[in-house]
Design a protein around this ligand. Structure first.
Ligand code: BTN
Length: 322
């Protein structure tokens, strides 16, 4: 199925056919599409058949073909203009492994590896990431001209871009939690994981793995999580989220120190009582700021400030305002 959909030249045809069906209010004639694409009617018929097999709801009648619903698909041909960089797999152990393999083999920057499901999705701190169908799971390969010491900025940039994309698209009150989660009403909507390799002092590749609860229902297994479908009361197209995120990342310079200011504005961690669990210790205090290295500055009861570069951050329950 996957080869039928994405083979050389075929993806372009699918993309063009979908664009014609989506831009029309009524049915679109097969011969008309064949003429504009410069292919035979049989070729159009075969592409339509493959699209239907992939799950698109396309009806046909005397007037031609008609798309009954937009559907929720993240196939490469859904991303017109960037489809050659998008790699879709129905199931992977983890998009991180596939992206690492591709990055080591020299894939171009902005390569995106998407999985419909993951059988061994990974989270931060060696946790598992539940990856049922309906969620959006991808790894974006970046090759920023950045010293390794500043690589954290790309991660902050990704959280900011995704948080803004989600707000713009859906209106949900998404906020960033240190270091790189996105929450809505204290429930986790997005997790981001990074993996990097350097050559000398410079980043060679930086892979950003993003898991977004979109049309899945993670709450039964992860009570502190939420999906967009649960928040909005209806499914939301995953394609739109990825497209909006990639657009924002394109105009965001990961070397720009201002990204930390942008992160501060969207933060639900700063000003909160937090409990930080690091591999060596547990620290309790008030989250005062993040520094230019992305480290969290936590003021403890004795007024000393601890600089945290790595660990699990738990937000303490907010005291009701008096
Ligand atoms: C976290 O919050 O702990 C980070 C979760 C990151 C999950 C994503 S899903 C796509 C990519 N592939 C993985 O195996 N993990 C990341």
């Amino acid at each position: 199925m996957v080869n039928k959909l994405f083979g050389k030249g075929l993806a372009f045809m699918k993309s063009a056919i979908l664009a014609m069906l989506r831009s029309s209010d009524g049915p679109v004639s097969g011969p008309g599409m064949a003429k504009s694409l410069g292919v035979s009617r049989v070729a159009v018929f075969k592409h339509i058949k493959a699209l239907k097999e992939a799950g698109y709801e396309i009806d046909s009648g005397p007037g031609g073909y008609f798309l009954k619903s937009w559907g929720d698909f993240v196939y490469p041909f859904e991303f017109s203009g960037r489809q050659k960089n998008i790699h879709y797999f129905e199931s992977l152990e983890s998009t991180m492994d596939k992206a690492r393999e591709m990055a080591r083999q020299g894939c171009p920057p902005k390569t995106v590896v998407i999985a419909g499901q993951q059988t061994r999705g990974r989270g931060r701190l060696s946790r598992k990431w539940l990856s049922d169908a309906g969620g959006l799971y991808f790894t974006l390969v970046l090759r920023p001209t950045l010293p390794v010491a500043l690589a954290h900025r790309a991660l902050f940039a990704a959280s900011v871009c995704l948080c803004r994309a989600l707000r713009d698209l859906t209106g949900v009150a998404a906020m960033v939690k240190w270091p790189n989660d996105i929450l809505v009403d204290e429930k986790k909507l997005v997790g981001i994981l990074s993996e990097m390799a350097g050559e000398g002092d410079l980043v060679s590749y930086l892979n950003l793995g993003v898991g977004i609860n979109v049309n899945n229902s993670p709450q039964a297994f992860e009570p502190k999580s939420v999906s967009l479908k649960e928040l909005l009361g209806k499914p939301f197209p995953r394609r739109n989220i990825l497209e909006a995120f990639l657009e924002k990342m394109e105009v965001c310079d990961p070397a720009d120190a201002n990204i930390i200011d942008d992160w501060r504005e969207l933060s639900c961690t700063l000003g909160r009582k937090v409990l930080i669990q690091t591999p060596r210790q547990q620290i309790e205090g008030s989250a005062r700021d993040v520094d230019t290295d992305g480290a969290l500055l936590v003021e403890k009861a004795d007024k000393t400030v601890e600089r945290i570069t790595y660990g699990d951050c738990l937000h303490q329950i907010l005291e009701p305002q008096k």
